[in-house]
Design a protein around this ligand. Structure first.
Ligand SMILES: [Zn+2]
Ligand SMILES: [Zn+2]
Length: 595
């Protein structure tokens, strides 16, 4: 059994414990004897990050265990397999692991690039059992270095894998505010009280209590702090987002940005190794970060309507079901299949976060998820799902455009052209889905769709306001066409494909010209969508007429839906845009200290 499967078996225990802790917290809050520490969005974000970490772990754990096993078999200094398989061997291995974990964890707080991975575990501004599940997806990059001493000492990979899991599972229960101090236990073991200190940003608490199972390491190496004032949870630079992908990237991005912008070559390197919060001298002067002030800490909680919360909760449960089934079967799935499902689940988790922070309306998140399923089912050849999801995605796109067209700030002809473009795309989707013999009707439908899009993008700016753009896209189209011809484009398809290339190149030129005239992020996104549309069709043509691409539908459909999404979402008049979004109010201005 793999660690992923153990996690699946542990999932009901996790969820049940979370349910009990939630009820206890509610009850205590009602009686005035404690706190309800749960918020839906935070819990979805935390558990979602755990899911993402486990899904990614299917690919990365092979690397991790692989490196460990390779080092163990090549460099183990003592060959004492029998010793490690005795009960005292297992116990010693656990203590050994816990010691290595202490240093990994400590370095995770003292070195920028390691903090970039570990920060995910600390972003929650709440502290409850769901916080335990929020784990990084990029730990695999450097974690293994800290466990090499175990490989050198000859701890067999099996023993290493099991004690690693025990150490991780142990830490689940300490993430709670419902258990107070535990006397002697707090002095020896990582416990709720001393791990609360670890998650706090108070001056006296920050960078303390790293121990995983034993807290003895902190006492030995001078990093222990007792819980003696109310902890305020989170990070000193708050995430302020429910996006699980951004949660994994935020610190890498910040470090990369500083490394890029600083003028000193030494600092470009130093940025990655200095403690979190360190800035190169020139940037600290030109772009200073405000100093941390505990009294100014605000809790991130954008307000979204109850229906959106319910919908996001249901979507999240569906994704949880999908993740659990995926993890159970992951070891027998081919690499490509794993990659496809990883992308689908990551997209779904992103969309759940986007709903809860008001970035996506419900219909928009359905479109995103239907598109992901249509792409996955196409790539993996799951016909029934594909027949359902592919038309559904565009039907949802049409519904979104329809609703926008019917709003009080009606877009008139503009909205109608978008609707017509999407409807023609739907027809094209259905023709292409039903088989190779309908390729030409499919092509014709998309040709019509692009004509509608050209008219849409011409409204207000005229036809082809930038001739250079038209020349450029036509040149790219002509090159592609010549290449297809040379690779044996069937004679009967030369005219329809040639026509199609001309029209899609014109559509892209129109969108680029419009962006040049109008400016602004929306117009640029539409232009990008049009260019991605050309890319998608080039991939489709290459796969069909030149050479089959591995997982062809994944690349063709993913780029196709990105293109349609950018066009659908951004080709609106700015005034009509707001009505379709879930209403987001500014987060309440509440200090965490005054609650
Ligand atoms: Zn930590
Ligand atoms: Zn923790």
């Amino acid at each position: 059994m793999r660690p992923g499967q153990v996690i699946v078996l542990a999932t009901p225990v996790f969820l049940l414990s979370i349910g009990i802790e939630f009820l206890v917290g509610r009850l205590r809050a009602r009686r005035g004897t404690g706190q309800d520490t749960y918020r839906l969005a935070d819990t979805v974000n935390s558990i979602g990050l755990g899911m993402l970490s486990q899904i990614g772990g299917v690919l990365t754990s092979l690397l991790r265990i692989g490196i460990y096993t390779a080092c163990w078999s090549a460099f183990a200094l003592v060959d004492a397999k029998d010793f490690w398989m005795q009960w005292y061997g297992w116990l010693l291995a656990l203590v050994f692991y816990d010691f290595c974990y202490y240093w990994l964890h400590r370095m995770g707080h003292e070195c920028g690039v390691l903090w970039a991975a570990h920060v995910v575990h600390h972003q929650s501004q709440h502290y409850n059992l769901s916080t335990a599940l929020r784990q990084t997806s990029s730990g695999f990059l450097f974690d293994w270095i800290f466990y090499l001493p175990m490989a050198l000492a000859g701890v067999p990979p099996l023993v290493f894998g099991v004690v690693a899991l025990v150490d991780l599972l142990y830490q689940f229960w300490v993430h709670t505010e419902q258990v107070g101090k535990l006397g002697w236990f707090d002095r020896w073991f990582c416990s709720p009280s001393n791990h609360r200190v670890h998650h706090a940003v108070n001056d006296r608490y920050v960078d303390r209590n790293y121990g995983g199972v034993l807290i003895v390491w902190d006492r030995l190496f001078g990093s222990f702090q007792e819980e003696d004032e109310r902890p305020v949870y989170g990070t000193r630079k708050p995430l302020d987002s429910w996006d699980p992908l951004w949660a994994n990237l935020e610190v890498y991005w910040a470090l990369g940005r500083d490394a890029w912008r600083t003028k000193h070559w030494g600092d470009k390197l130093r940025v990655w190794f200095k403690p979190p919060g360190w800035r190169p001298a020139d940037l600290a002067q030109s772009d200073p970060h405000p100093p941390f002030d505990l009294a100014q800490v605000q809790r991130y909680e954008p307000v979204v309507p109850g229906t959106v919360q319910l919908f996001a909760g249901l979507l999240f449960l569906a994704l949880l079901g999908g993740t659990v089934s995926f993890l159970w079967f992951a070891d027998v799935l081919p690499l490509g299949t794993t990659l496809v499902w990883l992308l689908v689940l990551a997209t779904g988790l992103w969309s759940a976060g986007a709903l809860l922070q008001g970035r996506l309306a419900m219909a928009e998140s359905l479109f995103v998820n239907a598109a992901a399923l249509a792409t996955a089912s196409g790539a993996l050849g799951i016909a029934p799902l594909h027949l359902l999801a592919k038309p559904l995605a565009l039907v949802l796109g049409i519904a979104i455009a329809w609703k926008r067209w019917r709003t009080p700030q009606a877009e008139g002809r503009f909205g109608l052209l978008l609707l017509a473009g999407l409807a023609a795309s739907l027809a094209g989707d259905v023709f292409l889905m039903l088989g190779a013999h309908l390729f030409v009707p499919g092509l014709a439908s998309f040709l019509v769709a692009h004509l509608f899009y050209i008219a849409l993008f011409a409204s207000g700016v005229g036809l082809f306001p930038r001739r250079q753009a038209l020349a450029a896209t036509l040149a790219v189209g002509a090159a592609m066409y010549a290449f297809l011809w040379s690779q044996g484009l069937p004679a009967g398809l030369r005219i329809p494909v040639g026509l199609y290339v001309m029209v899609i190149a014109s559509m892209a030129a129109q969108a680029i010209g419009r962006a040049a005239v109008l400016g602004g992020a929306d117009a640029r996104a539409v232009a990008l969508g049009a260019v991605v549309f050309m890319l998608s069709d080039s991939l489709l043509a290459f796969n069909r007429f030149v050479a089959p691409l591995p997982l062809a539908s994944l690349w063709v459909l993913a780029t196709y839906y990105v293109a349609q999404w950018l066009i659908l979402r951004h080709s609106v008049r700015p005034a009509a845009d707001a009505a379709d979004r879930a209403e987001v109010q500014a987060p309440p201005n509440r200090s965490l200290l005054s609650r």
